[in-house]
Design a protein around this ligand. Structure first.
Ligand SMILES: Nc1ncnc2c1ncn2[C@@H]1O[C@H](COP(=O)(O)OP(=O)(O)O)[C@@H](O)[C@H]1O
Ligand SMILES: [Mg+2]
Length: 267
């Protein structure tokens, strides 16, 4: 890859004896939409946490937007946006007020803040609920507000951990549309985790399949499907092939979905 925006070199994280992420080496390009796939416990969240400076690597390294995440955490943070798996907005205040807090945090000059916030809300299709309390938002609206929040400072890389888990299909489509729009409008590289194989197939330029901390496959969805040599193979087939047949898709993800739905109900 000519000019990667993100590179990892043998990135590793241990928790005691467990190797949660095992010598991960990959690159993500400018404006690329990259999907990290893997069953529960594969190491997706741990990877995202290392790339967003929230968790120090045990060994290896990662460079994001030209910054070594371990040595230059502050510069890294300025260059990235992060939408965590659990709700990251305040339900007790309005959408506008949530973005105001982040506009201050990101030091957007006071005289520009209102316009930037209004723009962001409009961009995410949330203008009409800007002054509503977030506790009255649907799960899909909350996700879009979180994306707006993470994009306030126009980062070069946007990280999202399970952005569509627990959303109904219509809300999921709306979130994906916004992700596409962010990428097209700002040229942002997007790194996300998902377990919706059809979405990943339709929307990701490339996907990496993680299993027990190891990267088992890394390519475009089309190439991964073709690599099976079975006509009509789906990305789910490829996922099961590379992540191991013992993975039971619906079962292993039910837990995550429940967590998210429970979180959406929280106030
Ligand atoms: N803080 C922690 N302490 C101990 N083990 C952890 C911690 N965080 C994650 N793990 C373990 O690391 C592995 C990978 O977890 P995680 O990155 O959350 O997986 P995923 O996001 O793919 O479901 C799991 O076995 C998990 O139990
Ligand atoms: Mg996770």
């Amino acid at each position: 890859m000519a000019d990667p925006v993100l590179e990892t070199f043998d990135l590793t994280r241990r928790f005691g004896d467990l190797i949660a992420v095992d010598r991960l080496t990959l690159q993500v390009g400018s404006a690329e939409l990259f999907g990290l796939l893997g069953p529960n416990g594969a190491g997706k969240t741990t990877t995202i946490k290392m790339l967003t400076t929230l968790l120090p690597p045990s060994s290896g390294r990662a460079v994001v937007a030209g910054h070594d995440v371990a040595r230059e955490p502050t510069a890294t943070r300025r260059a990235i946006g992060y939408v965590p798996q659990l709700i990251s907005v305040d339900a007790q205040v309005t959408g506008y007020e949530n973005l105001w807090v982040f506009a201050r945090l990101y030091r957007i000059p006071r005289e520009e803040r209102d316009a930037r916030i209004r723009d962001s809300l409009k961009f995410m299709g949330l203008s009409n609920v800007a002054d509503e309390l977030v506790r009255n938002y649907s799960g899909g609206m909350i996700r879009r507000l979180e994306i707006a929040q993470a994009m306030m400072h126009r980062p070069r890389v946007l990280f999202m951990d399970e952005p569509t888990v627990g959303l109904d299909p219509i809300a999921r489509d709306a979130v994906w549309e916004q992700i596409e729009l962010v990428r097209k409008t700002y040229g942002t590289s997007v790194v996300l985790t998902t377990h919706y194989m059809e979405e990943a197939d339709r929307l990701c330029d490339r996907v990496g399949i993680l299993h027990r901390g190891r990267l088992r496959a890394l390519d475009s969805p089309a190439a991964l499907k073709a690599s099976l040599g079975t006509p009509g193979a789906t990305l789910e087939d490829a996922f099961l092939h590379y992540a191991g047949e013992e993975v039971e898709l619906s079962g292993s993800y039910r837990e995550t979905g429940r967590t998210r739905r429970a979180a959406v109900r929280l106030e």
